[in-house]
Design a protein around this ligand. Structure first.
Ligand code: IDP
Ligand code: MG
Length: 148
């Protein structure tokens, strides 16, 4: 069972798309293990996007992520990292295929609604950055044996 960190970025919250996006993860069969609304500090945004430090869009990206509330979530299930990345679509909303979250609702490269961890290793680091251990809930789903 794999876990991944999903952030609904400030544009997703402001555009009232939280429910739309959460429904997609639920319908896929993933299990929600953690959920909260966070006003990201500059320090948290810097740590989260440390890999992009020095890139031309870095400062703008930090301003964007700290510009309003973000929904932070942990979703889990079989191949959760790749499953979520596929549901999101590629980074550039203009290139993301229809049917994906970004493909259906984003046109921008920066304001692309959602973050998803890109590997199981990074997921573990990012989950620890955004959540305390006691904010994550272990449970099983009633339909677990059907969804697999
Ligand atoms: P990802 O979110 O699809 O994993 P990354 O390459 O990890 O994409 O970039 C992190 C975030 O930085 C993107 O989701 C997007 O918000 C922003 N970003 C990436 N590339 C650009 C760019 O070329 N211009 C502006 N913003 C960018
Ligand atoms: Mg990334």
């Amino acid at each position: 069972m794999q876990q991944t960190l999903i952030l609904l970025k400030p544009d997703c919250v402001q555009r009232r798309l939280i429910g739309n996006v959460i429904q997609r993860f639920e319908q896929k069969g993933l299990r929600l293990a953690g959920l909260k609304l966070v006003q990201s500090s500059k320090e948290l945004a810097e740590k989260h996007y440390a890999v992009h430090k020095g890139k031309p869009f870095y400062d703008s990206l930090l301003s964007f992520l700290t510009s309003g509330p973000t929904v932070a979530m942990v979703w889990e299930g079989r191949e959760a990292v790749a499953v979520c990345r596929n549901l999101m679509g590629v980074t550039d909303g203009a290139k993301a295929p229809p049917g994906t979250i970004r493909g259906d609702h984003a046109l921008s490269v920066q304001n692309n609604l959602i973050h998803g961890s890109d590997s199981a290793e990074n997921a573990a680091l990012e989950i620890a950055l955004w959540f305390k251990p006691d904010e994550l809930v272990r449970s099983s789903m009633a339909d677990g044996s059907w969804v697999g």
